[in-house]
Structures are given as structure tokens and as C-alpha cells.
Design a protein around this ligand. Sequence first.
Ligand code: SF4
Length: 242
Amino acid sequence: MLLGGLQKTTLIDYPGKVACTIFTVGCNFSCPYCHNKDLVLKKKFKKSSLSEIKEKDFFNFLDKRQKILDGVCLTGGEPTIQPDLASFCQKIKNKGLLIKLDTNGGRPEVVEDLISKRLIDFIAMDIKVDKKNYSLLTKISYERIIQSLALIITSGLDYQLRTTLVPTIHNSKNLTLLAKEIKSLALKNKINPKSLVWRLQKFLPQNCLDEKFNRLPPFTGQELGSLLAAAQSIIPQAGGDF
Ligand code: SF4
């Protein structure tokens, strides 16, 4: 595992749990608005103020905090591109801790493997934009994203779908389309759309992968309200964390 950061305690990353968050280095997407560029680009990571965390040190930390922590959040970058993710999760599970995985859904085979081996307890997946616009963010095919999404909503595990709302990328029209795509996938997989958990988040122009996005004013409260209304016209329980 290439580990690039550790937040020792978080009360918000894992809903309802006390957790730590470990950050992996590298990503298979290149979202221009990504605010984790030092983690996403390995070259930037080496030159950044971040330093690699040895697995041994991380597990020593867990041993010391085992009584305080309920779980571990795995985030990145993109954790599923790490070749030894399953064995890493197994070592965490051996300590009796819960695991929440944050993923962009680009590697459905890894998501499937972790679910089938019961190595994760909660999955948060970024569902970024409607089908037509996914190629703005990654070369990975949309079919693979949909495969991950279907695995997650049918897994029986706690999950959350998340979309960060970014000016120049999102508008009411394509957010409505995305909502329709999520709903239709749920119906296809015999999942009641009313049970879908989907949260919208606000983009903040900070430390972005593409410099231009640092100068992009975020959506106003009113604009966010309109976008949320568009999402809720299809999935009424969609929520906004802004
Ligand atoms: S926003 Fe997420 S998926 Fe996109 S480049 Fe950053 S870490 Fe990767």
C-alpha cells in the first residue's frame, strides 16, 4: 500500500462512528476540480510536504487507538488501485475494526472482491456526472462505473452515493439526467429507488488539479438549491451537504 496521509480521529468521515482516515496515493481519474492533487499525482506527492506512511507504523497506531476507534476510512486518491488492498483490509478487520471505503467506482472487480470477502462495511462512491460527461473526468468506461454502482446498491451494506457540484460541469439538465440514470439502474436491479442514499456536495476552489478551477467561483446557495431541486425531482430523498 502506498499511504500518504493519516487523520488520526474523525467524527464525520464514517457516519455515526469514531474513525481514523488513511489516504492512499494515486488515482485512475483526473477530475480537474480534484482538491487532492498532491495525493492523486505520484510525482506531486514526492515533491509535496506529504510523506509516505509505512504500513507498520499505521498498524502500530491502530494498536494504540484500538479502544477509541470503531473503524477506519480508506480514501485517496483511489484506494482500489492499490494491489494489496484486500490483504490490508484483512489486517484491519483482524483488529476488530469496521472499514469504510471511498471509491470512484472505476474498478468494479476490486469492489466486488472486497464485498464478497466481507472486508468492507460501508462504501461511499462518487457518482460524478451523467453518462455523456463522464469522459471529461476519466478514460474509464461508464459501464464500469455502472457496474460498481449496481454492486454497491445491491450489496446490502451501508452506502452513500455522492456528487460534488462543480460550475462548468454540472447544471440542472445533466443533474436531472444523472438522477434518472441512477433511478433506472436501481429499478433494473430491483432496488426500490426510495431507498437510494445520494448526497450532493459543494465544490470548493482549493488546491485543484487543474489550476483554472482554483479561480472558479463555487455555486451560490441559490444555485445549489436549484440543483438539489433538480435531483429531488427524480430522487426526492436526495440530500445536500451544503
Ligand atoms: S476527485 Fe477523486 S476520483 Fe477525481 S481525481 Fe481526485 S481523488 Fe481521483
